[in-house]
Design a protein around this ligand. Structure first.
Ligand SMILES: NC(=O)c1ccc[n+]([C@@H]2O[C@H](COP(=O)([O-])OP(=O)(O)OC[C@H]3O[C@@H](n4cnc5c(N)ncnc54)[C@H](O)[C@@H]3O)[C@@H](O)[C@H]2O)c1
Ligand SMILES: O=C(O)[C@H](O)CO
Length: 339
């Protein structure tokens, strides 16, 4: 008998067929994100579920005693309650590497769009305001090339941003990360920096760390105060790494020049959010990895992790905090063999 799984987000025909070869599956066919109560009902009897950012809580795991694996079709897994997953011996997987270049592209599109005021000036032209006054200083932007970029988080995506910054735009790059990366310093000539110095010296501050208890509100009032008045802040990580109230204040008071944001503390962002009223803010709907090719690669990777997890194999992309579960012989006998 094939193991039962649930597919909680839209996937391509190809990925669905791959899952169907190995599993009996049901899938979410409603509009938009699956409501949490429906997800909980649907996964009561399954051994694996494919999600994207659905909150994995103790309550959800309690209601799904057969679960062996939760495959997240995303690289960030702040939606996982890792301690609860350890207690319930449920593997959690994610989709590293396949989206790195795509997200780095989006970071640079936010850098360029904010620096050169692309959305604002696009509206200016389309609204018929282009007349003699366009030579006005009011429309000028700032240079990206040869500026200093400070990157907070030097992991898989951070490295791809560095390559673009150093080789494409000849920028100076400072970085801050939990551990220094001497090989990248050697390869690209980037410089490790304490956070405070990075904030003081950078023309562009790019945030690309995971959301964890340690990074929650990493950027707050004190951090924005350290930034140059001429600097631009880019967040392609998670909304809650930033104290949004402090960001709004920094923008309103001219403490910083602008912001490019792919993520928000509340998503979808409320139409009343003051950030959306500011011309110096470029806002995107959390689409860092959203190209057709990359989303397809993420979905296939998520499917492979799902199938491995329910067929007794070690999924290739178990998140690092849960890898200890793979080494637990007790878990294997209880979860993989006796269910
Ligand atoms: N906007 C999007 O659509 C989008 C797309 C992909 C990833 N992301 C976010 O980007 C994050 C990073 O992805 P990645 O694949 O590069 O992850 P990664 O694990 O390869 O790299 C993260 C880096 O952050 C560093 N870090 C962790 N805590 C830190 C701290 N307190 N201070 C400084 N550095 C710290 C780590 O040392 C690591 O180098 C993801 O967790 C996800 O939340 C967002
Ligand atoms: O973490 C991720 O992969 C992005 O947020 C896209 O979902």
């Amino acid at each position: 008998m094939k193991p039962k799984v649930y597919i909680a987000r839209p996937i391509s025909q190809e990925v669905e067929e791959y899952i169907g070869e190995h599993c009996d599956y049901r899938k979410w066919e409603g509009e938009g994100r699956i409501p949490l109560d429906i997800l909980m009902e649907e996964i009561k009897d399954v051994e694996g579920v494919l999600v994207q950012h659905a909150p994995v809580t103790d309550k959800l795991l309690e209601g799904a005693p057969n679960l062996k694996v939760i495959s997240n079709s995303a690289v960030g897994y702040d939606s996982f309650d890792l301690e609860a997953m350890k207690r319930h011996k449920v593997l959690g997987t994610h989709t590293p590497f396949v989206l790195d270049e795509t997200v780095a592209d989006l970071v640079f599109s936010l850098v360029l769009a904010t620096a050169r005021r692309v959305p604002e000036l696009n509206n200016f032209v389309k609204q018929g305001k282009w007349d003699k006054e366009t030579e006005s200083h009011d429309l000028f932007g700032i240079d990206v090339h040869h500026a200093t970029m400070g990157i907070i988080g030097m992991g898989r995506i951070g490295e791809k941003i560095v390559r673009r910054a150093r080789l494409g735009f000849e920028m100076d790059v400072l970085y801050n990360s939990r551990t220094p990366k001497p090989e990248l310093e050697e390869k690209y000539g980037i410089v490790y920096s304490e956070l405070e110095t990075l904030l003081e010296k950078s023309d562009f501050v790019v945030l690309i760390v995971p959301l964890t208890p340690e990074t929650h509100h990493l950027m707050g009032e004190k951090q924005f105060e350290k930034m140059k008045n001429s600097a631009i802040f880019i967040n392609c990580a998670r909304g809650a790494v930033v104290d949004e109230r402090a960001l709004i204040q920094a923008l309103e008071t001219g403490q910083i020049r602008g912001a490019g944001l792919d993520v928000f503390e509340q998503e979808p962002v409320s139409p009343d959010n003051p950030l959306l009223q500011m011309e110096q803010v470029v806002a995107l709907p959390h689409i860092g990895s959203a190209t057709e090719k990359t989303r397809a690669a993420m979905a296939m990777k998520a499917a492979e992790n799902l199938v491995a997890g329910v067929t007794g194999k070690n999924p290739p992309d178990v998140v690092k905090e849960l890898q200890e579960l793979l080494e637990d012989p007790h878990r294997f006998s209880e979860k993989f063999n006796s269910k």
